[in-house]
Design a protein around this ligand. Structure first.
Ligand SMILES: Cc1cc2nc3c(=O)[nH]c(=O)nc-3n(C[C@H](O)[C@H](O)[C@H](O)COP(=O)(O)O)c2cc1C
Length: 354
């Protein structure tokens, strides 16, 4: 089943139900893809996965997490993405997606391998923004609470980035509404303490993410796939619950979204989230049961035998695998993961290696 073709609302056919999860590389040059991205993504094109998602890409410079994040705001950046996608498409026709994001109060960070969970030194930093002026963590600076005028500007940045990504010929477009980034900062009552049209009640917290989702859907032609990485649970008292996530997904469905990738946590550094194999299955299952969206799941889901079982049981539709692809981009060819020993065939050029 996991190897079966996957139809995205009859729009696009994936050759299987495995996607490479978006993974920041902190290797961009002025927001543009670098040689590293060409090399890194080419590996995934040869991995046998049915979909390759590019890392979180900022809609404006201040929406980057670090100074080395990708950004798709300017004409130069758009043109560099165009070149990258055109290069990747020459390798093979695996669909390629982009994840668009704004870091909000999680921006102006040091690169994790230089120092994890650390804001940039003052002289290198920028002022971050958020739904409220609550800090991400004790040792982080206060973000600036966005005014309505500033919110409108950010909506325009999303609009421009989606147009740029469309121009660059991506196949799949994903909005990042999870992991504690700006749209999640509006969604979650842990972070959003506003009392205007963007906060105070559940529907008001939903408002900005949904407005941006609508903008995106309206820009993209009907045959383009659009989805979101969502928060199925904040894993915190008074945070987003799965019931609320289901309600949010209903709204995405009404707008015409095709899929969600179920993630969770991240609105604060420490939560009650504990990672183990398929730890988000219960959340994903509940969302799948209550919506008609295609349901992806992420978080230790690389046991493909189990993934196969859960797809057959209709708990989920597809999986987004991250770290396993970093360890070995070609693991799918070696993994006799299914009882019937079916495997994904390597490209013909590599067949004699197996
Ligand atoms: C190096 C690295 C970078 C990541 N960057 C992103 C990102 O850009 N966007 C995102 O939504 N998740 C990001 N994640 C989370 C992964 O997409 C994935 O959800 C997570 O690693 C859990 O899946 P796994 O257990 O298969 O690794 C990142 C994870 C890693 C390890």
């Amino acid at each position: 089943m996991i190897l079966n073709k996957f139809f995205f609302s009859k729009k696009k056919i994936l050759k299987n139900r495995i996607s490479v999860s978006p993974m920041c590389q902190y290797s961009a040059v002025d927001g543009c893809p670098s040689d590293w991205h060409y090399r890194h993504l080419s590996n995934f094109l040869l991995s046998g996965a049915g979909l390759i998602m590019l890392e979180s890409t900022a809609v404006e410079a201040n929406g980057r997490i670090t100074k080395k994040d990708l950004c798709i705001e300017t004409i130069k950046q758009r043109n560099e993405f165009k070149k990258l996608v055109s290069y990747l498409k020459k390798i093979n026709n695996t669909p390629i997606g982009i994840q668009l994001s704004h870091s909000g109060r999680k921006g102006s960070s040091m690169i994790p391998w230089e120092k994890a969970n650390s804001p940039l030194k003052k002289k290198d930093s920028w002022t971050t923004v958020s739904s409220s002026d609550l800090k991400k963590d004790e040792h982080w600076p206060k973000p600036k609470k966005l005014t309505i005028q500033e919110i409108n500007k950010i909506k325009k940045k999303f609009e421009l980035s989606i147009k740029n990504a469309l121009d660059a010929k991506f196949d799949v477009f994903e909005l990042h509404i999870a992991h504690g980034y700006l749209l999640h900062q509006f969604l979650s009552p842990i972070c959003n303490t506003r009392d205007d049209k963007y906060g105070g009640t559940k529907l008001k917290r939903f408002k900005l993410p949904l407005e941006i989702c609508k903008i995106a859907r309206n820009i993209l032609p009907k045959n383009k796939i659009i989805g979101a990485r969502i928060t199925g649970d904040d894993h915190l008292k008074f945070g987003i619950t799965t019931n609320e996530a289901v309600e949010f997904c209903h709204e995405l469905e009404k707008i015409g979204f095709d899929y969600v990738c179920v993630s969770s946590g991240g609105i604060k550094t420490k939560t009650k989230m504990r990672q183990k194999e398929f730890f988000r299955l219960k959340i994903a299952k509940q969302i799948k049961k209550n919506t008609n969206l295609k349901i992806g799941i992420t978080g230790l889901v690389d046991n493909l035998s189990l993934a196969d079982k859960y797809i057959k049981k209709k708990y989920i539709d597809f999986v987004f695998i991250g770290r396993r692809f970093l360890q070995n981009p070609f693991f799918l060819y070696k993994d006799n993961f299914l009882k019937n020993k079916k495997i994904i065939k390597p490209p013909p050029q590599y067949e004699r290696g197996y």
